[in-house]
Each structure stands twice: as structure tokens, then as C-alpha cells.
Design a protein around this ligand. Sequence first.
Ligand SMILES: CSC[C@@H](O)[C@@H](O)C(=O)COP(=O)(O)O
Ligand SMILES: [Zn+2]
Length: 219
Amino acid sequence: MSFASIPLEDKQRALSELRSIKEQFSARHWFPGTSGNLSIRVGEYAPDNFHFAITASGKDKSVSTPEDFLFVDQHGKAIETTNLKPSAETLIHCEIYRKTGCGAVFHVHTVYNNIISEWFGDQGAVPAQGIELIKAFNIWEENAAIEIPILPNYAHIPSIAELVPGVLKPEIPGILLRNHGIYAWGNNAFEAKRHLEAFEFIFEYLYKSLLLQGSRTTK
Ligand SMILES: CSC[C@@H](O)[C@@H](O)C(=O)COP(=O)(O)O
Ligand SMILES: [Zn+2]
């Protein structure tokens, strides 16, 4: 499918959803210091042919301007002539879309996701069990145990992107970058947001549990 053949309403809907999500996450202080990036796919999907709208690089994501988003192709290249640069981490979005065919990818840096990814970094995954919010990933088993993958935070983004297929698990819609942040995705913006909120709840829960456990052993 060519970008030109995607209905204009679909492109506008993606932009207005991105604007709304950006505003909501910003209200939670999920974009400190211009960090974070968001994208929503438009049109049909094939692993070697898809398009998405993504946040422009380096912008203050707590404000709304006419220059916040642009459309890119499956290689992360801008589709239309623009002065805007796609997010520096666009290639990670590309790889997640390519492997999952999902509809939206959200990336945020929070203190909880940074600390937890560092704490479990050497293990390569964050273990979580029996937390109710695991059901937000459509895992309904009682006392379910999951592992959230962690990738190294290389400065060279293509080196991170190429590791994505090796750690991505179909049942876990997220990957942490160590001491950096999380990528969460879903079939659409609603689902990606639900997944991201569940991950952040789990990270806060684990962080506080570890603190409590620590205080017990030092008593
Ligand atoms: C300013 S710290 C954050 C960046 O290094 C990066 O990790 C990030 O999430 C935002 O990059 P961006 O290019 O604006 O999408
Ligand atoms: Zn980042």
C-alpha cells in the first residue's frame, strides 16, 4: 500500500490520537527533559511495507505545536518533505512494527522503569508474578509469572534495534532499555496505553516491594 492511498481521515485520526496521548502522558510527567517518543501506524500492514506517524526528535513533549509529528515509512524515513527529524529512536519503533504488526508504540522514561531495569539488568529480564495488572496483557492465568525483557542501552540505536527480534515475546507487549526507559505497544493506541500503564504499575510495585524487603532484612 502506498502512503498516498491511505485516506486522509486515517492520517488525521492518528495525529489527533497522538496529540491526546502526548498530553495525557505529559500530565503524568512521563516526558522529562524532552525524553520519550510516541508513534501510531496508519494504513495496511505488511512486514516490508507500512507507515506510521511519530514524534519529531528533541521537542518539548509537554507543549503542543504544529510541528510535533511526521509520517515515516518502514525504514524510518520521512515520507513527505519536512524540516522535522523523526525521533532518534525511530528504528526501534520500525523493528517493533515489523515483528509484531502492532498499531501503536509508546516509549517513556520514568524513574521506576529506569531503576527496575538497572536492578534486574544483569538477569536480562524483570520477573513479575501474581500482580493483578498482569491481566492488562491479556494473561488471565492465576498467579501468572511473566518476564519483561531488558536490552542494553547502546548509544548506537541500530545496534539496539537489531536485538529486538531476539528478545521480543508475543505475549509480553514491552521491552525495557537498561537505565533508559520502556517501549510498550498494542494493536491500537488504547491497548498500547493500557499496556504501558500496566508496566509502570508493575515497576512501581516491584520497586516498593524491594524497598520493603530490604528494610525487613536490616531490622
Ligand atoms: C533527552 S534524553 C532522551 C533521548 O536521548 C531519547 O532517549 C528519547 O527518548 C527522546 O528522543 P527523541 O529523538 O526526542 O525521540
Ligand atoms: Zn528514550
